[in-house]
Every structure is written in structure tokens, then in C-alpha cells.
Design a protein around this ligand. Structure first.
Ligand SMILES: [Zn+2]
Length: 220
């Protein structure tokens, strides 16, 4: 008898809840007309979930990154958009560096150290996002089409240095700009990491390829 009573109460609560929900939704539709803000708004829940997931690690899998043999397609697309957006405000720019293999990065690192020339990078092979196709470097083009690295150049005569205008346009497209860094300022550098750190990328590469790559990546 007691279990019957329990079942009855349970059923009663369920029916009451159902009636309340139907009433709540109808009331919403009747009074609001347009958009329902009821608590079972599936679209809202879906959007919130999608936003929650995408704001952290977007659709890019780390496996796509560790075996990069060129710029990531998204970086490539965003870089083209950047060139277009800059052209629209009268700034010509060129991409001087994109993807670099780990060997090329090591060679660059030797420059100004064991090799001649001046130091151009603090990153050894596997330590730069260029090695994983996630970074590009830009330079401005002057009126004769020559690349220049002049931070004060104002080719479009709007009173703002073109270099910083490009940086702002790049940031609007989702790039991180090396000019904002404090430890090693890298004015030409733009990168997009899709939520991964360089350490996470290196770790994923090591896990996929085995520890013998440790030396190659200078992670000792
Ligand atoms: Zn760079």
C-alpha cells in the first residue's frame, strides 16, 4: 500500500510538472510572441554548449598540427584576408615567412650564434609555431614594392603607422601579434594557436613519434 502511495505521488508530481511546463511555454509564446526564453530552449542550450566548446579548443585537432608540411589552411585563409583588408586601407604588405621545417628552424637559430650574421630567432627547431604552420611574418611594401621593416612608415598617409594598423587588422582576424609580447618582442610575427600551447604541440609530437625526437626538439 505504501509503495502504491509513493508511485501515486511520483506520478502526480510528474503530471504537475508537465502541466506547468506546457503552461510556461504557452504563456511565453502567448505573451512574448517572438523568441521564447523558456528554460527548455534547445537552441539556446545548443549555442551555449557550442560556444563553450569552441572558445576553448576549436575544431582543429592537434594531429593536424604536429605533422604540418605547410601553413595550416585556416592560417593561409586568414593571411589572404589580412592582405585584402590591408589593401583596402591602402597598405601593401608581403608575407616574408610562413612554414619552416624543423631543420630550417635549426639553421636559422645557428645564424648569429655558430654561424655568421645577426641573431634572428630565439627558437630552435620545434620551438617555433612556424614549424607547425601556425605563424607568418609580415613586412610592409614601400612605393617601389620593396619590403621594409619600418615601424613608423605611414604609406597611406592617415597619421597612423602602417605597421600597427596591420597588427590591428590581424588581431581582428584572430591572430596573436608578436609585437604585444613583453619578453621577446617580435614585431613581424603573427600566429594562431587554436588554443594549444607550443608545449602541448611538442608533447603531442613526442607522444606520436617517440622519445627519440626529444633531441630534435631540444626538449632535454
Ligand atoms: Zn614569426
Amino acid at each position: 500500500m505504501r509503495s502504491f502511495l509513493k508511485s501515486f505521488i511520483f506520478l502526480f508530481v510528474c503530471v504537475a510538472l508537465l502541466i506547468f511546463m506546457v503552461f510556461y511555454i504557452n504563456r511565453d509564446e502567448a505573451f512574448n510572441g517572438v523568441e521564447s526564453d523558456s528554460f527548455i530552449d534547445i537552441t539556446h542550450i545548443e549555442n551555449t554548449l557550442a560556444q563553450f566548446i569552441s572558445s576553448d579548443k576549436p575544431e582543429v585537432e592537434i594531429e593536424e598540427i604536429i605533422y604540418a608540411e605547410g601553413l595550416h589552411p585556416i592560417i593561409e585563409e586568414k593571411t589572404e584576408q589580412l592582405i585584402e583588408h590591408a589593401a583596402a586601407v591602402g597598405i601593401d604588405l608581403m608575407i616574408t615567412d610562413g612554414f619552416r621545417s624543423i631543420e630550417e628552424q635549426n639553421e636559422l637559430f645557428r645564424q648569429g650564434r655558430s654561424a655568421g650574421g645577426k641573431i634572428v630567432t630565439n627558437a630552435m627547431g620545434g620551438q617555433s609555431l612556424h614549424n607547425f604552420g601556425l605563424a607568418v611574418d609580415y613586412a610592409l611594401l614601400n612605393q617601389s614594392g620593396q619590403p621594409i621593416w619600418d615601424l613608423t612608415y605611414d604609406g597611406n598617409n592617415n597619421g597612423e603607422p602602417d605597421w600597427f594598423e596591420v597588427a590591428e587588422l590581424a588581431k581582428d582576424l584572430g591572430f596573436e601579434w608578436g609585437g604585444d609580447w613583453t619578453d621577446f618582442v617580435d614585431f613581424p610575427h603573427l600566429q594562431m594557436t587554436f588554443g594549444y600551447t607550443i608545449e602541448e604541440i611538442q608533447q603531442a609530437l613526442l607522444e606520436a613519434e617517440g622519445e627519440e625526437n626529444e633531441e630534435l626538439l631540444h626538449l632535454q
